[in-house]
Write a protein that binds this ligand. Structure first.
Ligand code: GTP
Length: 369
């Protein structure tokens, strides 16, 4: 089985962290999202992956190369963004699917434990019996209004597909951004920029050619910062519920306190009386000074957090430098290489762009460009 991963989006909702990295390289529990996805694809016997890339394509190519976990990797390059339909059509030649060959299509920004094997089998059975062109993985959420919502019949046929419904949604089952399909899909896609969700799924549903495969389990679309944090918190609960997960060469002072769930990367030093946790991921090569307090936060790595800093419910990119006694309020996002001067206070919901130097306290929500 082959897989096409849509990985060309700008990730504007994850700015400023996405200014310096594509979404699929955002870390979940200290491992880039794409590694989780590729490992899972390999486990389910996928032998070839094609990345549909545009924004920061070179970062993706540098990280993934031409082979990972035994999967052959190639790239389909766009010169301008083509939405979610255009990149699939553009990749048709590279994919070179056989008559009965199945194809998985994944939104690259989904963190899930969807069973690709069962999804593939479901699609195969339904395409033999009902001529199904595409099977959408469905997930039930509390508030479906910001997703594609489906009306499903008892055999799994999608009767209606409505993208981001303005009126009362027909169900709470949403498009999970993971599809199984085959060669027939190319007949419904056009060249150039378009949205598969808005322009193709409603037509397939009308023709009775769209089916839904329900997934219950882990599913997070990391497209918003809260959801990116949630994906990390879910992994924290899985791997470190009652004991911190420590990588190699971690030095924790005996007077520091670690409150799980906490994941700590390699080459990290945590000084005296620091209090880390609960719900903290510390990336590789981070120094945390004495008396620091960090909770409900994600630190990407290579950062220096000097003595007496307090960080809560926030995300710090790579190579961030916090001077002494810096207080970072709830919901802050600090871009890569940012420098925050000694003794300053950053109010809640402040975002700091990469490489910015902040000399004075910021007392109201603000974007520092
Ligand atoms: P926002 O700017 O925050 O909305 O993020 P986004 O641009 O990634 O859009 P969205 O979250 O709707 O994208 C869903 C999936 O489609 C993600 O995996 C994106 O990487 C991918 N995607 C979105 N637009 C494009 C595009 O123009 N080309 C390719 N190849 N993928 C895209």
């Amino acid at each position: 089985m082959k897989a096409l991963i849509l990985a060309g989006g700008f990730g504007t909702r994850l700015r400023p962290l996405s200014c310096t990295r594509p979404k699929i390289l955002f870390p979940i529990g200290n491992k880039p999202l794409i590694e989780w996805t590729l490992q899972k694809l390999s486990k389910f016997g996928v032998s070839e992956v094609i990345f549909a890339v545009n924004y920061r394509a070179e970062d993706i190519q540098k990280f993934c190369g031409n082979e990972k976990y035994g999967i052959k990797i190639s790239y389909s390059y766009e010169t301008s963004p083509m939405g979610t339909g255009g990149p699939i059509k553009l990749a048709e030649k590279i994919l070179n699917l056989g008559e009965d060959e199945e194809l998985l299509i994944l939104n690259g920004d989904i963190f899930s434990d969807v069973d690709f094997g069962k999804l593939g089998d479901f699609h195969k059975n339904h395409s033999t019996m009902h001529d199904t062109v595409l099977t959408i993985t469905l997930f039930e959420v509390e508030d479906p209004s910001r997703y594609g919502v489906v009306e499903l019949d008892e055999i799994g046929k999608i009767l209606r597909f409505v993208e981001k419904p303005k009126e009362k949604p027909v169900s709470r089952l949403i498009n999970a951004g993971i599809y199984a399909t085959n060669k027939k899909i190319f007949g419904y896609l056009k060249d150039g920029k378009h949205s598969i969700e808005k322009e193709v799924f409603p037509i397939l549903a009308e023709k009775g050619l769209l089916y839904g495969f329900k997934h219950e389990g882990l599913w997070v679309d990391i497209g918003k910062i809260e959801d990116f944090m949630l994906a990390n918190f879910k992994i924290l609960e899985q791997v470190s519920n009652d004991k911190p997960q420590l990588a190699e060469n971690v030095e924790i002072n005996s007077k520091a306190k670690i409150i799980p769930p906490v994941i700590v990367g390699s080459n990290v030093k945590i000084d005296e009386k620091a209090k880390i946790g609960p719900y903290v991921v510390v990336g590789d090569d981070v120094l945390i000074g004495e008396n620091c307090k960090i909770k409900n936060s994600i630190l990407f790595g290579k950062s220096t957090i000097n003595a007496g800093c307090k960080i809560k419910n926030s995300v710090l990119g790579e190579k961030v430098f916090l001077g002494k006694n810096v207080k970072v309020g709830k919901g802050c996002i600090i871009g890569d290489h940012a420098v925050l001067a000694d003794n300053i206070k950053i109010a809640k919901k402040v975002t700091v762009c990469p490489y910015k130097e902040v000399e004075d306290s910021i007392l109201k929500p603000k974007n520092v460009f």
